[in-house]
Write a protein of this length. Structure first.
Lengths: 438, 438
């Protein structure tokens, strides 16, 4: 484990480095036992409210018991493991991430945050450091529900249930793609209480917490490309998604019909997408945060032909940004250009709604503290946005300040090839322990 | 039939108008009897070498017999119906078009050219006009073979067989999509001689002809939009077709991966198509003849997602032009831009071959004569390119000068809604008769 030599660091920093390194066997054991117990042959398969998710939760709980933490679960299966702080009446930290995974997923997406919480707590306890306030490690259920449930729902079931911000209708509109049964049935089968969702106030009393801290592997390549082990998340990007856009033109003979009489759906859509990309580039060049993706774009396989002017194109459009104003601007831009192009090119565009989801800005004070901590601990770090969604956004939307630590990871996430180095995990966990000790 | 009043025209023109109008019952009867005998419930179904194609040929032959024309057929089923001219030893005109249709096609695409030839001949005979040279009306087989036969072949079987320019391999590589059997078997079943194709010299002695004249409905909307009954074809556009282009990028997370690390196959393809369209517009603005069509363009339905950067796009690209140099320029342009974009955007393009097909330029002398004739006969006409292929191109490629007359037609072709007005047909036929009388 070739990390920063403790001897080169100031004494306080060295103490945290020694402590987390000493606690790393806790992490290794958890990753290994949970990974071995919850695979599907290709990767991990910790389906929400499944036996595998329960096995993972049980192994975490057993380790917490070994560490003499205070244990509880809530009506939705979320697991809470608390290390008492010096002032038990003061609001404490709540840290963690989700236990579940996508099908054939990696072992680290989600689980790393729960294991980091337990490892940090183990490190503090072993080093005899009593944190200023309580530290609760939360193992969240069903964050990856979107990978297992079709129908209308927003994923992140465990955290939104606990926070009282899950619309009850989602329990019935989220349909398991394998069983065909609603989320409500699976949650009840697993022994939990979907009917509690209807009460609307959740199970977490936010006044008892200072903030949510979440360690997670980076799901993109930025830290790896830049050679940095740790990122301090600036915000979780919000999104604006037009899921079912259509351009309707007219099928005609590709040789016999001059361009001025055509209604070419491909050329019209190509102009729109090209202009959107140029505008997105302009927004980024002037300092805006934005990704812009047309993940699907297709002519009609039944009707298209090399010798026909294409009469229809279906496509989707996704923007992500840390700034709601950027999302709104880009949605307006697409609508405006579509209207102009439709008139000029004799086609019709239906873009539908952009279903905006607000960004979740990380707490500036927490971010500053994490950057100071990284510097003090000798851990190279950078600010980084989160393009993917996380439980942290639900805490922010529910009103609790939050921060996230990203750990370098190769090969992306949501696949069995996730590759997080334990040395990087130790660095991220050390920063988390340092933050929660304050 | 509200055509140009004969009284307003010079005497010679009036004579042609009276003669073709008087012969129009021949046209009406042929369209009606052949249409009634060869439908498929939706439209026409005169499949090459089928019973329906034979029925149509038989009805044409019967009418030619009534008109006392000299009759013959060749080894490939093509029908020849000759009106003797004043100088029987001089090379004569050969006129006509194809008898067959696409499935559920219209009654006029092809047939109108054969009927126009017979009507023109009937008009000359009835008016007592003896043409300078022989006029042979040809009913061509199997021009629409591409609509009925898959596999490697170039369509236009009847004309290319007769001209000796059909590669024998096509008889076996063209496979009937309904029977699964090769063209050779269907041609033989119909009583004709596929083995004659291998001789390579065809059945037509081109030294016996002055040129090929073909009347055909316009398959685009130009004459209709511009309010003109007749067009004089400048050239049959050649084509350059890249049938199976692919852009390969890399699938990644649409939120977590910054644009500078993406290999986005949609945005790369969009840039390429947009630049090709701009270049095509520039070529047309500077006087070049060009259509440019991307009839198919699609991400992979198995792998694409609104939250994934798209890793693959398949598309096709078709250029058509009266000028081979324009086709070559546009193919080069696409290759050059694809290479540049691939490097800049971290993707790979495979465009494949553009399989160029040469344009067929109509004879300048014939075109000038037709324009003079239209003016003399009081028929509003314009020069027009042919975007679709016709038997005329095969005569040109075999070395015989050719010309084409387009007749105004609504609703395009290759569908049951073709809509040619008999008054327009009479005008086109009058021009044809005038030309062949010279």
């Amino acid at each position: 484990m070739p990390t920063d030599p403790a001897s080169a660091l100031p004494q306080a920093a060295a103490r945290f480095a020694d402590a987390t390194r000493a606690a790393m066997p806790v992490a290794r054991e958890l990753f290994e036992t949970i990974g071995a117990a919850t695979g599907d042959g290709v990767g991990m398969a910790r389906e929400p409210y499944s036996e595998n998710e329960q096995k993972a939760s049980d192994l975490l709980e057993a380790k917490a018991r070994e560490l003499c933490l205070e244990l509880s679960t809530d009506a939705f299966g979320n697991l809470y493991m608390t290390l008492p702080g010096a002032d038990r009446s003061a609001p404490g930290w709540i840290t963690g991430s989700h236990i579940d995974s996508v099908p054939s997923g990696g072992n680290f997406d989600g689980l790393a945050g729960v294991v980091a919480g337990l490892t940090a707590v183990a490190a503090l306890r072993a080093a005899g450091i009593v944190p200023a306030t309580d530290i609760t490690v939360m193992g969240v259920r069903a964050e990856e529900a979107s990978a297992w449930y079709a129908g209308a729902h927003g994923g992140h079931i465990g955290s939104r249930s606990a926070l009282g911000i899950l619309p009850p209708a989602e329990l019935d509109s989220a349909i398991n793609t394998r069983s065909g049964r609603p989320l409500r049935a699976h949650m009840a089968d697993a022994g939990f209480s979907p009917e509690r969702v209807a009460l609307g106030h959740g199970t977490l009393d936010l006044s008892r917490y200072r903030g949510w801290l979440e360690l997670h592997i980076e799901q993109g390549p930025v830290l790896e490309r830049l050679g940095l082990p740790v990122g301090v998340v600036t915000a979780i990007r919000g999104s604006a998604r037009a899921r079912s856009c259509r351009c309707t033109g007219a099928y005609t003979h590709s040789g016999a019909v001059p361009h001025e009489y055509r209604s070419d759906a491909v050329l019209a859509t190509v102009e729109l997408v090209h202009l959107i990309e140029q505008e997105a580039t302009r927004v980024r060049a002037s300092g805006g945060d934005l990704t812009c993706t047309v993940g699907k774009l297709f002519t009609d396989a039944e009707l298209h032909s090399i010798t026909k002017v294409p009469g229809q194109v279906d496509f989707c459009l996704e923007y992500r940004s840390q700034e709601r104003s950027v999302l709104d601007h880009m949605a307006d831009f697409a609508r405006g250009q579509a209207t102009r192009i439709a008139a000029e090119r004799r086609v019709a565009f239906e873009l539908g709604s952009f279903s905006p989801q607000d960004p979740a800005t990380m707490d500036p004070g927490f971010r500053a503290a994490l950057n100071q901590g990284a510097a003090a601990l000798g851990i190279p770090a950078m600010d980084i946005p989160s393009g993917a969604g996380h439980d942290a956004q639900d805490f922010v939307h529910a009103g609790l300040p939050a921060a996230m630590i990203f750990v370098r990871n190769a090969n992306g996430s949501h696949n069995a090839k996730e590759a997080m180095d334990y040395a990087d995990f130790e660095r991220g966990t050390r920063l988390l322990a340092w933050m929660m000790a304050q």
